[in-house]
Design a protein around this ligand. Structure first.
Ligand SMILES: [Zn+2]
Length: 443
């Protein structure tokens, strides 16, 4: 048995992935992977280079945020409220068209800091109409696990990025060789056609070809709200799901964000093609986009995970809020108080979300999985008296209750402190640039 790099002891462990809770558990990490997890008596922590006493706190997998837009949306948070999706996108575009690299760098870093502090260790970034490279630079400072989807579009509001999108698609091999499966396999690249109202049929078809050729995944918005449904019906005579299916686009490598407007045929097609769903209940309710038919989707066997969407529409990179709201809205919509249970909501935010974004190496604590681990302190007034750990995590805990965040075996936060990160400077630089961007974009 090798000596662990990190050993966590005295923990209440929620391994997820269907495994039972472990009281007085220990977990060991060597390099980037989990080497043991179980009751204290069964795990050797002898000689560990770093010993973390969890003091009975909860140890669980880092959250997986399977649909978000951090760089752009950090700059758009709180910019416009109380409108529907298409009007909202219109105003967002006024700022997006003025993005510059340095602003995107500080925005990305701020978003990574927010996620690390809220216990998110893996995220699925959809870059709608802006540069990916500043975020890759920010990931050097704050190394989370990420799939970075290059944003693509050729019409409507996003017409200005048409030329860039085709070029990126035709030369996607360059992006793959530069960035795919780099940083010890933490960083993957993906293709992110924006949506059925912003990409035409030729673009969806070429995305499928490029994805197959380079074996990269696809991450798109699909069936998000009535405005999209009406547009696709009037333009192509069908539903968004059935339209992209007719182009040969869907498959198990596709993560479809939202899917709030599915009919029975759409659900059958998503299940048959193995397509995955990123479920963003907070954003969907706020933009009045509808509610995913979660029960039908799960019964059909479609992999589904929770996600925050961007901080412009949620408005927080906080999976605790997402779990709580998912629990509440589905009880309300189905009229069934047993749907969903707290253990199921926790699965949706970890193992489920990892499956939904095709990153099965994370999202659960098991030997051989990546060491993406968080420690959550429930010894707080708003969680007391903690009769049930899952109930406390889903309905009472807050992002700030995460005390330690480990990703890929590296400690990114310990006792709420981010080693090597000057958070004050990041906040200052980010805010300064965000205000300047707004000033030069809106009259
Ligand atoms: Zn989105």
């Amino acid at each position: 048995m090798s000596i662990p790099d990190i050993a966590i002891i005295n923990a209440t462990i929620l391994p997820m992935g269907g495994a039972e809770k472990i009281e007085n558990g220990s977990l060991t990490i060597s390099g980037d992977s989990i080497t043991a997890v179980g009751p204290a008596a069964s795990v050797s922590t002898a000689g560990a280079k770093k010993l973390i006493d969890a003091n009975d706190r909860v140890v669980m997998p880092g959250f997986v945020n399977c649909h978000t837009h951090i760089a752009s949306n950090m700059l758009l948070r709180g910019l416009l409220e109380d409108v529907q999706l298409f009007e909202w996108l219109q105003t967002m575009w006024q700022l997006k068209r003025n993005f510059d690299e340095e602003t995107l760098y500080w925005a990305s870093l701020m978003g990574l800091v927010e996620m690390a502090k809220s216990g998110i260790t893996t995220f699925n970034e959809h870059f709608d109409a802006y540069r990916v490279e500043p975020q890759i630079a920010a990931l050097c400072k704050m190394p989370l696990r990420a799939t970075l989807g290059y944003g693509l579009a050729d019409r409507g509001l996003y017409a200005p990025i048409t030329d860039w999108s085709w070029k990126a698609l035709h030369r996607f091999g360059d992006k793959v060789s530069l960035h795919h499966r780099t940083r010890n396999d933490r960083v993957h690249v993906a293709l992110s056609p924006h949506a059925p109202y912003s990409c035409g049929p030729e673009m969806f078809k070429l995305v499928r070809q490029v994805a197959d050729a380079h074996k990269v995944v696809i991450h798109t918005h699909l069936s998000e709200g009535m405005q999209e449904i009406i547009y696709v019906k009037e333009t192509y005579g069908t539903t968004p799901v059935q339209w992209v299916q007719s182009l040969g686009f869907l498959g198990p490598d596709v993560t479809a964000a939202h899917a709030t407007q599915l009919n029975d045929d759409d659900i059958r097609i998503l299940a048959e093609t193995g397509t995955r769903i990123a479920h963003c209940p907070c954003c969907n309710a706020k933009l009045n986009s509808g509610t995913l038919r979660l029960r039908s989707v799960r019964e059909a066997g479609i992999p589904v995970g929770l996600a925050t969407d961007g901080p412009a529409s949620h408005n927080a990179l906080d999976m605790f809020q997402e779990m709580k709201f998912a629990g509440m809205i589905h009880k309300d919509k189905t009229g069934d108080v047993e749907f969903m249970k707290t253990s199921e909501l926790l699965e949706l935010a970890t193992t489920g979300a990892a499956a939904a974004m095709n990153r099965p190496e994370t999202g659960r604590l098991a030997v051989g999985r990546k060491a993406d681990v968080i420690i959550v302190d429930l010894d707080k007034p708003h969680c007391m008296p903690v009769y049930d750990v899952a109930a406390a995590l889903v309905y009472s805990a807050r992002a700030d209750d995460v005390v330690t965040t480990i990703c890929d075996g590296q400690i990114l936060m310990e006792d709420r402190v981010l080693p090597g990160i000057d958070e004050t400077e990041i906040r200052h630089r980010f805010r300064e640039r965000a205000l300047a961007l707004r000033c030069r974009s809106l009259n």
